[in-house]
Design a protein around this ligand. Structure first.
Ligand code: IMP
Length: 429
């Protein structure tokens, strides 16, 4: 049963969109299992540049199904907007399916995301403001509205919405002193969503199980990254879902043994958007230069991303949490021309060395990076398509990352285009 997972190994934005688009030509379906429209996956290929927040990144390949699993929280406006844009650009979207079990991001979730962030003041998480956290709160609080409910208005959608909105409006007006939302406006919106989404709604766990039973290859598309995982990330500065591989079983309805390979995607350096500790963060000229060269601004929010050196302690932790079988190193070309590059190989707190990624966020915030410095390379790696085109120092840098993380590098990305890729060994046979 060949499922292959592509997982973010850092704080998201590792370039998963490009890698999934690159690999998707070899599979029958690309499936999203978690997160929502907080994700921003950029795909650049012969059909153009696409910024996808809800639609799985394999959509540009004809005949490859795109499936949004039960673990995703669906912003139907964003999804429908993306489908219209893809249709207008000549991409077939009839093969896109959404789980009837997936939860919907409702207008009150977006409003509460904003109100809660304001109320957090200095300890704001720096969310994407897409309503993702509040939608997952309602899912686990058993107050959520699911995609399938859109098709059953009188006996499911209306009573559940009445109950949820009474509670939400009390919160919105009494705690946050904001304006209540109208149930009729939301029901009208739901009617529009139902009409347009109906042909795409399915029991997707069955679709995926059928594909796997027929020995078809399925690519499991991670969103965000392991260090943002609700359980395994730098809590509370995390997202509200499980981007690590465990989330794929829950978020799709498949067993662990269906997953034959787990590739972890890492940038050749680190970035983070939003609040929370980042031990290998750097500031000043080097960080600013790298941010501009690499255009490190959020795809979803446009916020400048924080910049850091590659953190091998966090990366090894990520490898262990996910049981990674291979690594993908992206944006190696961004480091071209640096006189030297650093890798964080340990942390130091009060003179004591720490070699593990701590669960305590205030301890993580005190961690000072212990760096190893490697000579840079002046000959470009940009657009390289084989290992023999890499300068010696770039190759040593890649080899050292493999050694520190304890996993072989299978793909190196040397530019945003599909072709700018070195496939060291095949992720999907
Ligand atoms: P939320 O997922 O919008 O609730 O945001 C929670 C945290 O996760 C914030 O620090 C966000 O910046 C971060 N985050 C959420 N989605 C992404 C992503 O796709 N890439 C990078 N960071 C993300």
């Amino acid at each position: 049963m060949p499922g292959y997972a592509v997982i973010g190994g850092q704080w998201g934005d590792e370039g998963k969109g490009k890698i999934i688009d690159y690999l998707a030509g070899r599979v029958d379906a690309v499936v999203r299992y978690g997160g929502g429209s907080n994700a921003g996956h950029t795909v650049v290929n012969d059909k153009g540049t696409f910024q996808l927040h809800m639609v799985p990144s394999g959509i540009c390949w004809p005949g490859v199904a795109g499936i949004i699993g039960n673990g995703v929280v669906v912003d139907a406006d964003v999804l429908l907007g993306e489908l219209s844009e893809l249709d207008a650009r000549g991409i077939d979207t009839s093969n896109l399916f959404v789980s009837e079990r997936a939860h919907l991001i409702m207008p009150y979730h977006v409003l509460l995301d904003e109100l809660e962030e304001k109320a957090r003041g200095d300890s704001a998480i720096g969310t994407t403001g897409r309503g993702v956290g509040p939608a997952y709160v309602d899912k686990t609080g058993r107050m959520g509205i699911r995609v399938g409910d859109l098709l059953d208005v009188e006996s499911t959608l209306r009573p559940r919405l009445e109950q949820a909105l009474a509670f939400k409006n009390a919160l919105i007006t009494k705690i946050y002193e904001a304006e209540a939302l109208s149930i009729q406006d939301i029901l009208d919106k739901c009617a529009d969503w139902a009409a347009r989404l109906a042909p795409h709604i399915q029991a997707t766990e069955q679709t995926i199980q059928d594909l796997l039973a027929q020995d078809k290859a399925v690519l499991l598309e991670g969103a965000q990254g392991t260090l943002l995982d609700i359980d395994h990330g730098s809590y509370p500065y995390v997202t509200s879902s499980s981007p690590s591989v465990g989330g794929a079983c829950i978020g799709l309805g498949i067993p662990p043994q269906a997953i034959a390979g787990v590739v972890g995607v890492f940038k050749a350096y680190s970035t983070r958007v939003g609040g929370g500790p980042m031990p290998s963060e750097i500031f000043g000229e080097t960080a600013e230069g790298l941010r501009e060269t690499a255009h490190e601004y959020g795809t979803t929010t446009g916020r400048p991303r924080r910049i850091g050196w590659f953190d091998a302690v966090a990366a090894k932790y990520s490898r262990l949490v996910n049981g990674m079988t291979g690594l993908v190193l992206t944006r190696l070309d961004i480091l071209d021309g640096f006189p030297s590059v650093k890798v964080c190989v340990g942390y130091q707190v009060d003179g004591q060395r720490i070699d593990r990624f701590p669960s305590n966020t205030s301890l993580l915030a005190q961690c000072q990076p212990i760096y190893e410095e490697h000579p840079g390379w002046s000959q470009p790696t940009a657009s390289a398509t084989s290992l023999s085109q890499l300068p010696e120092n770039a190759m040593s840098y890649v080899n050292r990352i493999e050694e520190l993380v304890g996993c072989p590098v299978q793909i190196i990305s040397t530019g945003p285009n599909r072709e700018e890729t070195i496939e060291v060994s095949r992720v999907i046979p």
